[in-house]
Design a protein around this ligand. Structure first.
Ligand code: CP
Ligand code: NVA
Length: 308
């Protein structure tokens, strides 16, 4: 039975932590110049229905960096775009490659592909979750803060796929998460309820950015309109008034707080230029870590059978 990586909540803390630890080791190994060839002879297919800069290139660089091969396919250029069923696409691709990395709209799509593919499927962002991103963000937090226990992490903005994934991360890893989201843009209710039950007292949903950021060690922001919501961009702007992470708001966090943004960023909307380019911002280390974390995931999921 192949394992997939569709949501953080499918795994326990120890296993997720082991992938972060492995990514940190692979990063050090790559920096030392040691050749990494463990995926030689293996091929991954990236099937993307939404645009991507970081996730696509970091997965491709990770796979090539481990000696493997990559086939990129935009779903709209494939027969999926003409209505070929997911279950047929999954079974065909499963005969050609060793893993699928999928970016799409519905979580149901990655679940169906995983059900039929016969090879590991990795979620590279859906409307519901962005698990690879949050795992590499946790790697960045660990690098900067050395631990997660007792940290206060703030989420300021939309209750989107990233927020949902941070909520699951808080329930699994046990750090404190305070979210500030406008009343109409709150995270997924089921995810929130489940996580609050799993880790009572760890997660708070507020509607006041100042209250959520007060005393934070880590501050997270993301765009106010995610991919697929472009038509709502203008109406959303009004709802997020007061939610911009600028110097005044960041001043309420701890002085040594770090700022994370998964990028792409809309300067002057969810974050000011001053904060994004300022000394507390770790966004480019954060972006780099995606590649190291993706190496760890590809290695783990593609080699899982040979380790069994
Ligand atoms: N952070 C992230 O997933 O960026 P891309 O959309 O560029 O892949
Ligand atoms: N919430 C954003 C994340 C982009 C990486 C989106 O889904 O567009």
């Amino acid at each position: 039975m192949h394992k997939h990586f569709l949501a953080l909540s499918d795994y326990k803390k120890d296993e997720l932590s082991s992938w972060i630890d492995r990514a940190i080791a692979l990063k050090a190994e790559a920096a030392s110049g040691k050749p990494q060839q463990q995926l030689a002879g293996k091929t991954v297919c990236l099937l993307f229905e939404k645009p991507s800069t970081r996730t696509r290139v970091s997965f491709e660089a990770a796979m090539y960096g481990l000696g493997g091969q990559v086939i990129f396919m935009s779903a709209r250029d494939s027969q999926l775009g003409r209505g070929e069923p997911l279950k047929d696409t999954a079974r065909v691709l499963g005969r050609y490659v060793h893993a699928l990395v999928v970016r799409t709209f519905g979580q149901r799509v990655v679940e169906e592909l995983a059900h039929y593919a016969g090879i590991p499927v990795i979620n590279a962002l859906t409307d519901l979750y962005h698990p690879c991103q949050v795992l590499s963000d946790l790697m960045t937090v660990l690098e900067k803060k050395q631990h997660l226990d007792g940290l206060n992490i703030a989420w300021i903005g939309d209750g989107n796929n990233m927020a949902n994934t941070w909520i699951e991360a808080a329930a699994i890893f046990g750090f404190k998460l305070k979210l500030a989201c406008p009343e109409t843009f709150t995270p997924d209710k089921d995810i929130l309820q489940r996580a609050m039950k799993q880790a009572p007292g760890s997660i708070e949903l507020l509607h006041n950015p100042q209250a959520a950021i007060a005393g934070a060690d880590v501050v997270n922001v993301d765009v106010w309109a995610s991919m697929g919501q472009e038509a709502e961009q203008e109406t959303r702007l009004a709802h997020f008034s007061g939610y911009q992470l600028n110097a005044a708001l960041l001043g309420k966090a701890k002085a040594e707080a770090i700022v994370l943004h998964c990028l792409p960023a809309h300067r002057g909307e969810e974050v000011s230029e001053e904060v994004l380019e300022g000394p507390q911002s770790v966004i480019f280390d954060q972006a780099e870590n995606k590649m190291h974390l993706h190496k760890a995931l590809l290695e783990h999921f593609i080699l899982q059978d040979s380790r069994a």
